[in-house]
Design a protein around this ligand. Structure first.
Ligand code: 4NP
Length: 154
């Protein structure tokens, strides 16, 4: 089976999407999946994930400190099978950037994975508890996604 290529996208690529990338990679051991993340904004290109994302991941046994921020680019829309926006603002940005033939790859993460029209909220300006909330939402969504990977990839 060919790997399913999955891209997570948030605004800065330092809080939510790197965490999603780390969680899915961790959960997907043994499943054929390629995972990456990117931001719609370019402020944190080359940066480590936010220390609060690194910390919450580490508390759950996941190391995301090797990941670096990058901005989405035009090639990503062809290179990935599924592109998950963390919130509706970022989904709208992706919709405006993506060529028509790739629009079907774009989804709101919690809508696709859990069937709820909810954003994964931006925790950047809040306290550490927001990062635990985000972790839990991402873990639940990624766990559901894992169960569907074989069906998606076939
Ligand atoms: P993220 O959070 O989109 O989950 O990575 C943010 C990180 C940085 C900024 C905004 C959101 N920023 O404005 O720098």
């Amino acid at each position: 089976m060919k790997p399913v290529r999955i891209l997570f996208v948030c605004l800065g690529n330092i809080c939510r999407s790197p965490l999603a990338e780390g969680i899915l990679r961790h959960l997907s051991l043994g499943y054929p999946v390629d995972v990456d993340s990117a931001g719609t904004g370019g402020w944190h290109i080359g940066d480590l994930p936010d220390p609060r994302s690194i910390a919450v991941a580490r508390r759950h046994g996941i190391d995301i400190a090797g990941q670096r921020g990058r901005k989405i680019d035009a090639g990503d829309f062809a290179a990935f099978d599924l592109i998950f926006a963390m919130d509706r603002n970022n989904l709208a940005t992706l919709r405006a950037l993506a060529p028509p033939a790739t629009q079907h790859k774009l989804h709101l993460f919690l809508s696709y994975t859990l069937g709820v029209e909810r954003d994964v909220p931006d925790p950047y300006y809040g306290g550490p508890e927001g990062f635990q909330t985000v972790y839990s939402m991402l873990f639940e969504g990624c766990s559901s996604l894992i169960g569907r990977l074989e069906e998606i990839g076939s």
